[in-house]
Design a protein around this ligand. Structure first.
Ligand code: LMR
Length: 328
């Protein structure tokens, strides 16, 4: 077979079906920053792509760009408003320039686990948050979960005092900045793709993230250990531009949004499992995980929780009360 004949044969069997889009199909570029293996977002994005490309063949064609290969999170929303990318799922910490309502989710110890985050998001107040940026041109489509954040550094972190004076990489969030300042630490905003190198070279001493991100980015390789603090939530908003959604025919939009909802339900139900698999994979790869006693953990709560007061106006006492009622 000539190369051309082989390509034809492969195309006929569908082997190339996910590569490249056909004429007339609406191309949906989905850019995100994480890996795809043992990662809640990576897996959900792949499932979304597989379903859209199978069920909307001829109408829509999705391409997923993981690992910051298309855009970093600090660029992707602007690129979306320019029409250069159609879908993204940045963490809720990355919408600061568009809305402050998501600050609730960054507040340390606000939600006791992912189920509590889910329950709040399912409430009217949570659902309204998806529409908080429409005036700025962005429409939230779904909340995708990841997990609770853990804390690591180039030295053991057992008590809050251990973080004092250390430089921590943070996502671009004022709440996270205040959280590390409350510990007497030095927070530095940095793109996700740069964290491993910064830890390795000592540009920063530590970081906070979920098990799947600590595993996926191999942070455990360049840290003393990771302390199981479960101190905050890391959650995502799948987002598209209002203009792009409006440009879709109603039938196409409905089918796409239905698939989105189904993928969201299916994958959000599995995040606890993926989280634990990533945690185990860290241990299997020789990473160290430090568990806190209840007394030790309480000391972190006492040190970090006071930052709530600084953001009361942004997040609303009624939302804090609702979150706390869910935790109870
Ligand atoms: C981070 O920047 O640490 C995370 O938001 C990355 C991600 O998408 O999980």
């Amino acid at each position: 077979l000539t190369t051309a004949a082989m390509a034809l044969a492969l195309t006929a069997t569908g082997a190339f079906a996910s590569e490249g889009c056909d004429d007339g199909e609406i191309v949906v570029k989905f850019a995100h920053v994480t890996n795809t293996d043992k990662h809640p977002k990576g897996i959900a994005a792949e499932l979304l792509k597989t379903r859209v490309n199978a069920e909307m063949d001829g109408k829509m064609c999705m391409e997923v760009y993981p690992n910051s290969t298309l855009y970093d999170d600090d660029k992707v929303l602007e690129a979306m408003l320019q029409g250069d990318v159609q879908l993204a799922a940045p963490s809720l910490s990355k919408f600061e320039t568009f809305t402050k309502v998501f600050r609730l989710f960054d507040l340390p110890f606000m939600f006791k686990n992912v189920e509590a985050v889910d329950a709040f998001q399912a409430s009217d107040a949570g659902q309204e948050m998806m529409d908080s940026m429409t005036k700025r041109g962005l429409q939230g489509l779904a909340f995708w979960h990841n997990g609770m954040k853990q804390m690591s550094a180039n030295k053991p972190l057992l008590e809050p005092g251990d973080a004092k004076g250390l430089k921590f990489r943070i996502q671009p969030s004022e709440v996270l900045q205040a959280q590390f300042e409350a510990l007497g630490a030095n927070p530095q905003k940095m793109a996700f793709s740069e964290v491993y190198g910064a830890l390795q070279q000592g540009v920063v001493d530590g970081q906070e993230n979920t098990w799947s991100n600590v595993y996926g980015q191999k942070f455990f390789e360049v840290q003393d250990g990771t302390t199981e603090t479960n101190h905050g939530a890391l959650d995502y908003l799948v987002v598209a531009s209002v203009d792009w959604l409006d440009s879709l025919d109603e039938g196409v939009r409905d089918q796409f949004l239905t698939i989105m909802d189904e993928v969201t339900t299916e994958r959000n139900a599995e995040v606890g499992k993926v989280d634990m698999e990533a945690r185990q994979a860290i241990l299997d790869a020789g990473g160290k995980i430090v568990e806190l006693t209840p007394e030790q953990r309480q000391a972190w709560v006492d040190a970090m929780k006071p930052v709530w007061d600084q953001f009361l106006e942004d997040v609303g006492q009624e939302n804090i009360d609702a979150a706390q009622a869910i935790n109870a």
